[in-house]
Write a protein that binds this ligand. Sequence first.
Ligand code: ADP
Length: 204
Amino acid sequence: MGFVVGLTGGIGSGKSVVAEQFAAKGVPVIDTDRIAHGLTAPSGAALPALRATFGSGIFDVAGRLDRAALRELVFADAAERKRLEAILHPLIREESARQLASVTNAAPYTLLVVPLLVETGAYRDHLDRVLAVDCAEETQLRRVMARNGCGRAEAERILATQAGREARLAAADDVIVNEGELSALTPQVDHLHRLYLGLAHHEG
Ligand code: ADP
């Protein structure tokens, strides 16, 4: 397996916009959030285990996963959250490994987006480098409220379940600051892309 950079950051920090910029340079991007979404979409591989564990209350009448109901359940109760993670995380790891293995040898390095890298400690053994996207918590809150159309209390509740900035920065080899204009990302991504090309080349 080639050189793998783990991209992490709190909700609303700007992981997706940063990942898009790397993708635009031809870097393969594997997103564990997208994988999780696929596992829980209609006919997703996680659905039987979710139904067996949480019952039909988290499914709508059409048999689709009721994401809002599931979110409510796990936000209210840390033990339920653990049960959910015990189902999803191994499946996400398996699918990530499959996708990483299928990345073409022509790719200089791969970006693996792991929102909860710091919280779960997962994937660390598979990563050559950890990149954190950082911004003030106030900025995260503002973006989450705007994007999700939720209130401040809801946004704060989500942030409270995640690691804080300091823990994330401590775990990172590299940091992208995403506080201002989107255009401020470009030189940072350019710089890191060159760095990773060099590191990957050196290792490979
Ligand atoms: P994450 O993937 O970390 O949750 P996103 O990349 O989805 O974060 O960014 C959260 C929201 O904030 C999105 O709607 C995105 O378009 C917006 N956003 C991110 N960075 C900036 C920025 N520098 N300026 C303006 N809007 C931004």
